[in-house]
Design a binder for this molecule. Structure first.
Ligand code: GLN
Length: 275
């Protein structure tokens, strides 16, 4: 079948953008390739694979789970149904972390609930002298994160299996980062779109969505060096609640930062006291 025709039919089912993305992934070609080649014929086995992917996408499976990868920061990362699909808004958390230390600085970082490793690996790739420990309660997610570190030859991230701070007993860091689950348990969005296919434990966090954020803030003082920072991603309506948690825990310089859509997306605070 001719590529142009195949794409036309596919676009009618799943939209042009996803159809092109899947086809180009299948062929291992950049988007520019299409312009000069869309009159070519595609062999039957490739057409069959493409059509199987179309069916999966048409019932709602995220493109990233079909291709097994998603770009984050400068990295192409493997993802699987055991990991959340990294979101562009999470790059704000990475930017804020990088803004605190120059390129050559040797500082220590914990990334809690690393999933595919997105945050830890982005920071590690930009701060080669930093030492980063990334934890996750899911062994399957950690395996994906480890593979991503290996694929990008990133050697300054150590992966540890366990819930939040559990594998970090007695250790203190200059920086703690997390994009934890923060959706309310009863939120209708959990039953819609890509979220249906992503791990529920990576998305939902108690009736008010703050269950894990509360835990992470409460234990942060025991894991931060004096002057260290805690940077947390959260839902766009949770800024005030997370600032209140940080204030109550004794953090200073507490504030929220807005994402590109002008929504409060990350809140942060500094730990000045010795505990
Ligand atoms: N830290 C990972 C990310 O930002 C996973 C986050 C999660 O599973 N809640 O993509």
């Amino acid at each position: 079948m001719q590529i142009a025709e195949l794409l036309r039919t596919a676009a009618a089912q799943i939209g042009r953008e996803d159809a092109e993305h899947l086809l180009l992934h299948l062929l291992g070609k950049p988007r520019s390739w299409l312009f000069a080649h869309d009159n070519e014929m595609l062999d039957k086995p490739l057409v069959e694979t493409f059509q199987a992917w179309l069916t999966r996408r048409a019932v709602g499976e995220p493109v990233a789970y079909i291709t097994g990868e998603r770009g984050f920061w400068t990295l192409n990362l493997n993802v699987s149904p055991a990991t959340l699909i990294p979101r562009p808004e999470t790059e704000l958390l990475v930017e804020l972390a990088l803004a605190r230390w120059p390129r050559e600085a040797a500082f220590s970082v914990a990334d809690l609930g690393t999933g595919s490793g997105a945050i830890a690996l982005a920071v590690a790739s930009e701060r080669p002298a930093a030492h980063i420990i990334a934890t996750d309660a899911s062994a399957a997610a950690l395996q994906v994160a480890r593979d991503n570190a290996q694929n990008h030859a990133i050697g300054n991230v150590e992966f540890r299996h366990g819930h939040w701070y559990a594998p970090l007993a007695g250790e203190r860091f200059d920086l703690i980062l997390s994009n934890p689950p923060y959706i309310e348990e009863g939120d209708a969005h959990l039953a819609q779109g890509d979220l249906r296919f992503e791990p529920r434990t990576a998305l939902a966090s108690g009736m008010d969505g703050l269950h894990d954020l509360r835990h992470i803030v409460a234990l942060a003082p025991a894991h931060l060096k004096a002057g260290g920072w805690l940077l947390l991603e959260h839902g766009w309506q949770q800024g005030a609640a997370v600032r209140a948690l940080l204030d109550a825990a004794g953090f200073s310089e507490v504030c929220s930062v807005r994402d590109l859509e002008n929504r409060e997306r990350v809140s942060l605070g500094r730990w000045q006291r010795k505990q």
